[in-house]
Design a protein around this ligand. Structure first.
Ligand code: FES
Length: 504
């Protein structure tokens, strides 16, 4: 990792170091909502370090504390403090905004040069902003309404991260009276991206996102989202003066999935297809023009580098590809920078390689040589037995969810036309390795289609042809949700898929 120093500015008193850094535009990978439990917000004080907190003592070694390391979310900020980042700054994260799908050929939609979307005398009425609000990142495309041509796409971080990395911490923050701040945060992010595109304030925005993001944007309470029976306040198609909120199916299967279903053309196709978003909530849908079933599985953030001891998002220095031979790992990192952690694709690859080299068995047990201290992936980057377990939990949840949906639909792998993999992780993974660890079914290997940001693609489609909105509303309405938590079959399959497949 590059040396990076930051001096805290005046006026930061009363905040945590993490909050003070965020106010200075520096974001960290902390993902426990500043609870002092994930240990992912490490900094080192180059000036006098504050007394260690209870969380520091629990999560950092005595040596690290002596070196001046602290958890930024638990240290109190003071102007003039000099801080070195140990957990890398997330501002450099590559945001996935590309997509590729059969029903929305991008070759007909060439992008203009950067910075030119609002040029050429086009008015707000002719250009629509298609938006995907993700929990971590936001992507916005300027789309020429008549032709559907994407003029330019810009991306940024969802600054609601300051209130926690996942939807649960955002819901909790909203429940604690921070709803208005969260709404202002996302509105200001949208405004920032709109300005980057050179679009006027009155430009029409078509917004796709998960149900929590859409609730927070609209200022709706989140209280009922996080407790059984998990009822959303409103997930229907909403038209505001300058904003259209795309419809979702349920609290856990949002407009981002409806957008994906429509963008992939599943709602009109004869063949039965599956769409899976390999993110934290593992949302998925199966169906065709006659019937659609959806579900979500609590896969956890392992494939985003979350809950992994050296896990980080896809930022420069993240190990993204791994090969292991004779107990030695050869890695590639994003941007070719020195390894500072491991991101989702690296996590998948290291597990596959450990299996292939028989350094973990089919139950996930690490070889004796690495049992105590973990397997060294790169200098300072270690993969532990607990990390393997996190991957097992994530992959078995996704795989079991997929198989319950297939069973509930009354079909089988032979009759699935395509498996669409949504999201940045699904776009970048090595499919053979994903099959090798049992995340994806071997039976569908020849029918897997990584489609990228299908949520943004749906919003672009709606910008291109307003009738898409009716398709989305209808799809959301007729999609049935399968509650996996109540399915005995899911529990059985979940246990089965905790094992890794035998390697050939
Ligand atoms: S320990 Fe999780 S954000 Fe600080």
């Amino acid at each position: 990792m590059e040396d990076k120093w930051i001096e805290l500015e005046a006026g930061c008193e009363g905040r945590s170091v993490m909050e003070a850094l965020q106010a200075q535009g520096v974001y960290m990978a902390g993902n426990c909502g500043s609870n002092g439990t994930c240990g992912k917000c490490r900094v080192r004080f180059l000036s006098a370090a504050p007394a260690p907190s209870a969380a520091d003592r629990k999560l950092l070694s005595a040596d690290a504390i002596d070196r001046g390391e602290r958890l930024a979310c638990k240290a109190q900020a003071a102007a003039g403090m000099r801080i070195e980042m140990i957990t890398p700054d997330e501002s450099a994260m590559k945001v996935e905004s590309s997509f590729s799908m059969p029903s929305l050929p991008t070759e007909n939609l060439p992008e203009k040069e950067a910075g030119s979307a609002g040029a050429e005398g086009t008015s707000a009425g002719q250009i629509v902003a298609a938006v995907d609000i993700g929990t971590t990142t936001i992507a916005m495309s300027a789309v020429e309404a008549g032709t559907g041509r994407i003029l330019q796409t810009v991306t940024g971080i969802n600054h609601q991260r300051a209130w926690g990395a996942d939807v649960i911490s955002r819901m909790e923050a909203s429940n604690q009276g921070k709803g208005e701040e969260l709404q202002q945060s996302i509105l200001s992010d949208l405004d920032e991206l709109r300005k980057k595109l050179g679009l006027p304030a009155e430009v029409k925005m078509l917004i796709s996102g998960n149900t929590t993001m859409e609730h927070l944007l609209q200022g709706l309470p989140c209280r009922t989202l996080g407790v059984a029976p998990y009822t959303p306040v409103d997930i229907s198609l909403h038209e505001y003066e300058n904003m259209t909120i795309l419809p979702g199916i349920s609290t856990f299967v949002g407009a981002d999935i409806v957008s994906g279903i429509v963008a992939c053309g599943m709602d009109e196709s004869e063949e039965i297809c599956i769409l899976v978003d390999l993110g934290t909530n593992g949302e998925m849908a199966i169906g065709n023009r006659d019937r659609i079933l959806s579900a979500s599985t609590a896969a956890g953030p392992a494939f985003e580098g979350g809950n992994i001891s050296c896990g980080i998002p896809g930022i420069p220095g993240a190990v993204c590809s791994v090969e292991i031979k004779d107990g030695k790992a050869k890695v590639q990192t994003i941007g070719g920078s020195p390894a500072s952690g491991i991101c989702g694709t690296g996590v998948l690859e290291v597990v596959y390689e450990l299996l292939k080299e028989e350094l973990i068995d089919e139950t996930g047990l690490l070889d004796d040589d690495y049992f105590d201290d973990g397997f060294p992936v790169a200098e300072g980057v270690v993969f532990t037995g607990k990390d393997v377990r996190e991957v097992q939990l994530a992959k078995s949840a996704v795989r079991a969810g997929m198989e319950v949906l297939i069973e509930a639909y009354g079909t089988d792998y032979d009759h699935i036309g395509k498996l669409y993999l949504a999201g940045g992780f699904g776009q970048k993974i090595n499919l053979e390795k994903a099959v090798g660890i049992g995340l994806l079914p071997e039976e569908l290997l020849d029918r897997m289609y990584p489609v990228g940001n299908s949520s943004l693609a749906g919003a672009v489609m709606a910008a291109r042809d307003p009738e898409t909105l009716e398709r989305m509303a209808e799809t959301a309405l007729r999609s049935e949700e399968t509650a996996l938590a109540e399915s005995p079959l899911f529990s059985d399959l979940y246990m089965d898929h905790m094992f890794f497949p035998e390697q050939e």
